[in-house]
Design a protein around this ligand. Structure first.
Ligand code: SF4
Length: 679
């Protein structure tokens, strides 16, 4: 709308998967979401219709599964405003998660840039068998590399072990590369990709990729001597790979299944399992659901029911329709499983969870990708673990986190001890995929007459006002808003769940800014010092008071600040509320770019120990902005309450283009200026 174009410059789609709350089951939940969010869905549908964007309606599926089934192809390049966009790497596509501002630029015809990443090779040998699945590959990799180990890196999986994985299994691995901070992950082309293209009705693409097979994978010498070509090489033998369970609270705390029960007991995690959830964009393919359904079917035949609550989320309407036709939903139903709408649901906190006591420590296990505190149900007492769909299904049947389906038995309703057999699954439905209404709306051929409407009194939608440009001088007498301690993901900065409904209204959603971050001075969340009235208050309230008083503020953070979702609101909210500087030990890539795009100053301590010098009552002067250049550090003077002072050095990674965004007050202001010049 701001760029003045009649239609988007590159093929683009919109997906409505984040706003459907899981409560009673697929049909009721979808109807309620369509009713409650009508204004937002109508807005998105009309914008898509007007500007040549394909629109996937609510209930059509989760974005990454829909992309895999319809758009991803080997050798392509795609960006998406979600950190799990690399899911398409399972089809050999370079698919990268970016912030909304980056995507808008590309849709408006601007180029997109990325600092050349490092390359990490993951050599897979052997063959998966039994209970081990593709999910366990990435759970193990997350344990090796940790949530930061893939930062500024592309992971490429190769080897005999890679070739025997299905395309959707490969996608599971690439999807969760986001959890180790990877720029993207991918597999070189192999026959599984052509098979998936054919299975999803894209015969022509399958033929083209087969003809270009050699060009769509690494050169033989690279795979023969990976140490010469990759910055780091990881070896994994799939013959020896155990199923893994990762968590709680972080996806890189990796436990081989044989060690997990002991870890539960040693750490005092609740062993009673309250809920098992399968689905999410990571693990909701036909193959995932068929393997889990095979366990449900044999459990029913052995007189077992799920002792935990158990939910199933198909990844798309095509998957849902097909698994229903093939009898799998009945198999889940027979053991007490509840099928949810084809959407993100509990994975993004859209979950009206029934709980007897929210203060009780409790455990859930999911086949999702993220398990940060509060992510699924907003409850800090929930210990969320991540595993493959088949392990989640087995543990939901057992109702016990310490159950190991490889070795343990369960008492059935007849009083007999029974053992679960290994899961069986199929990559493709034997009768082919089917769907009646996939949920797609094509845009108008000519959208000039289509009206986009936003009610001025809406509390869900608000047209963006341009941010102010930089004043042209150093920033003096800034105050500290919060010094965040430890993990501060974009979920901590801009919480999801009930807040998602305000994503189209920047002022309203800003009331969640940093409410999940832990204040380093008192260990509490959403409780920071307000020097204007010398009391403590919620972070958004205190920041609004600073803004009203015309006082610029600084947010200080720890390592990997802004990891997790690509959520641009985590950058837009501080910008909107008047925070001037985000100063951290290190940034997660997408969040750092998002901040730059919004015209914020995203700075790092040159000496990480200087984080400890920041005091609650500090006044801060940021010096060097008028001569700010790429690679040239800035200085900050910290004036402490006791009259002492420190001068510290701050680094930045702005290039000339990004400095122009800062000076203009944000990248969008530059697009707007250019659109004005063009017209
Ligand atoms: S919210 Fe969950 S299911 Fe939805 S796109 Fe993000 S990670 Fe995937």
């Amino acid at each position: 709308m701001q760029a003045g174009r009649p239609s988007v410059a590159v093929p683009s789609t919109v997906h409505c998967d984040h706003l459907i709350q899981a409560k009673a089951g697929a049909v009721a939940d979808l109807n309620e979401a369509v009713d409650k969010n009508k204004e937002v869905y109508d807005f998105l549908a009309s914008v898509s219709n007007k500007y040549g964007i394909g629109f996937w309606k609510p209930g059509a599926g989760i974005i990454h599964q829909v992309l895999l089934e319809n758009y991803a192809f080997p050798g392509g390049l795609m960006i998406g405003t979600d950190s799990h966009t690399p899911n398409a790497g399972g089809l050999g596509m370079i698919a990268i998660g970016v912030g909304g501002a980056d995507a808008c630029d590309v849709m408006a015809g601007l180029p997109w840039e990325l600092k050349m990443p490092r390359l990490i090779g993951v050599h897979l040998t052997g063959r998966l068998s039994g209970w081990a699945s593709a999910k366990d590959v990435i759970l193990k990799v997350a344990g090796i590399l940790t949530v930061k180990g893939g930062t500024d890196a592309i992971l490429e999986y190769f080897g005999d072990g890679a070739r025997q994985l299905s395309a959707t299994g490969k996608s599971t691995i690439c999807n969760m590369g986001a959890e180790i901070g990877a720029t993207t992950s991918l597999f070189g082309y192999d026959a599984s990709m052509a098979a998936y293209l054919r299975g999803t009705g894209r015969e022509d693409l399958a033929e083209w990729t087969e003809a270009l097979a050699e060009e769509l994978t690494g050169d033989p010498e690279v795979y023969a001597r990976p140490q010469d070509y990759f910055d780091q090489v990881i070896e994994i033998n799939l013959d020896e790979l155990e199923p893994h369970i990762n968590g709680p609270f972080t996806p890189d705390l990796a436990w081989p299944l044989s060690q997990f029960a002991e870890a539960v007991r040693t750490n005092g995690w609740p062993s009673k399992l309250d809920v098992g959830l399968i689905g999410s964009c990571t693990n909701s393919s036909y193959e995932d659901i068929s393997r889990s359904a095979s366990i449900a079917a044999q459990a029913a035949s052995k007189n077992l029911k799920a002792r935990s609550e158990f939910t199933i989320t198909p990844g798309s309407e095509m998957v849902r329709y097909t698994v229903e036709r093939d009898g799998m939903l009945e198999q889940f139903d027979a053991i007490g499983g509840v099928v949810l709408a084809n959407a993100c649901g509990p994975c993004i906190g859209q979950w009206a969870r029934h709980s007897d006591d929210p203060n009780r420590k409790n455990s859930i296990i999911t086949s999702f990708n993220r398990n940060f505190a509060k992510r699924n149900d907003g409850n800090p007492n929930t210990h969320a673990f991540v595993a493959s769909p088949e392990i989640v299904t087995a543990l939901a049947i057992a109702g016990d986190l310490t159950f190991n389906p490889l070795t343990d038995t369960l008492l059935n309703t007849e009083g007999v001890q029974v053992k679960l057999d290994e899961p069986q699954g199929l990559s493709f439905p034997p009768r082919g995929f089917a769907v009646e209404d996939a949920g797609y709306q094509a845009p108008a051929d000519n959208g000039t007459e289509v009206k986009v409407q936003v009610r001025p009194d809406s509390d869900r939608l608000q047209l963006l006002e341009p941010f102010s440009p930089w004043e042209g001088h150093d920033l003096m007498d800034l105050r500290l808003l919060i010094k965040a301690q430890g993990k501060c993901t974009t979920d901590h900065i801009s919480m999801a769940g009930p807040w998602l409904k305000f994503r189209g209204h920047l002022d309203n959603i800003s009331n969640n800014m940093l409410i999940g971050a832990v204040n380093a001075f008192n260990g509490q969340t959403n409780h920071v010092y307000n020097p204007m009235n010398e009391t403590y208050g919620p972070v958004p309230d205190v920041q609004r008071a600073f803004k009203a008083a015309g006082v610029g503020t600084v947010v200080v953070g720890d390592e990997n600040y802004g990891e997790g979702s690509s959520r641009e609101h985590a950058a837009m909210e501080p910008r909107h509320l008047g925070v001037r500087v985000i100063l951290v030990r290190s940034f997660a890539r997408i969040h750092e770019t998002n901040l730059k795009k919004q015209g914020m100053l995203a700075l790092t301590f040159a000496n990480k120990a200087d984080y400890d010098l920041i005091q609650e009552h500090d006044r801060m002067d940021l010096l060097g902005l008028t001569t700010m250049r790429p690679g040239q550090p800035l200085q900050m003077v910290l004036r402490h309450l006791d009259g002492s002072a420190h001068t510290i050095t701050l680094n930045h990674s702005y290039n000339e283009t990004q400095l122009a965004w800062f000076r203009a007050g944000g990248a969008l202001n530059i697009i707007r200026q250019n659109a004005g010049k063009a017209s």
